[in-house]
Write a protein that binds this ligand. Structure first.
Ligand SMILES: Cc1cc2nc3c(=O)[nH]c(=O)nc-3n(C[C@H](O)[C@H](O)[C@H](O)COP(=O)(O)O)c2cc1C
Length: 188
């Protein structure tokens, strides 16, 4: 996988990126990965599903490491496990980041490795990457750069188009469980 990504053209944008082959993340000697993961889970997040086309079918992967990076140029970031099947595709073709609404839990589960969890996905096909109908918001991206992130790859996407649904509330993830905003906790 390292060789494939190092050869990827998108590294032309990643002037400062360390080579994926040379850097091995060294956790603090005392770190228990499970404990560290549990503690990191105190950071409450939204939930996204990254979607892309491959072999005439549409695929997705559930991701909560999404963050905004830059307005000019418009860049967003996700951190992808190196073992993710989606990663090689996402590094080389357009993808959409769909922010899940609180009525899309089954969709999030479905793309987190539980394929039987959800109803059939309603796809929106337009000029950009395929996206999921009814999402709270979406960003259609082209890959901008991939950076070494230890056992993950930091994937930056350049936003080509985006949109939102005003009457939808977010799906949340906190300490390994799913949630929704408490009543009255948003400012619409
Ligand atoms: C709430 C939640 C958040 C997740 N966030 C990420 C993430 O940020 N990066 C990642 O690589 N995998 C993440 N995953 C795991 C992937 O969704 C899961 O491993 C998926 O099956 C990978 O599919 P793929 O191998 O087809 O790419 C998350 C899973 C859940 C349930």
């Amino acid at each position: 996988m390292t060789e494939l990504m190092w050869n990827s053209e998108i590294y032309e944008n990643a002037a400062d990126a360390r080579t994926l082959g040379s850097a091995v993340a060294t956790p603090a000697p005392h770190a228990d990965p499970r404990q560290l993961r549990n503690t990191l889970g105190n950071f409450a997040t939204g939930v996204t599903v990254l979607t892309y086309e491959s072999g005439d079918t549409y695929h997705g992967v559930t991701v909560n490491s999404f963050t905004s990076v830059s307005l000019d140029p418009p860049l967003v970031l996700v951190s992808m496990m190196r073992t993710s099947r989606a990663l090689t595709y996402l590094l080389e073709r357009p993808f959409a980041i769909n922010i899940m609404g609180d009525d899309q839990l089954t969709t999030a589960l479905q793309f987190a490795g539980k394929p039987d969890a959800g109803a059939p996905i309603e796809w929106v096909i337009d000029d950009g990457a395929p996206r999921i109908n009814g999402s709270l918001a979406y960003f259609q991206c082209t890959p901008w750069a991939g950076y070494d992130g230890g056992d993950h790859v930091l994937l930056l996407g350049k936003v080509a188009s985006y949109g939102q649904q005003d009457d939808t509330r977010p799906l949340l993830f906190y300490r390994g469980t799913w949630g929704a905003l408490a009543d009255g906790s948003d400012n619409r």
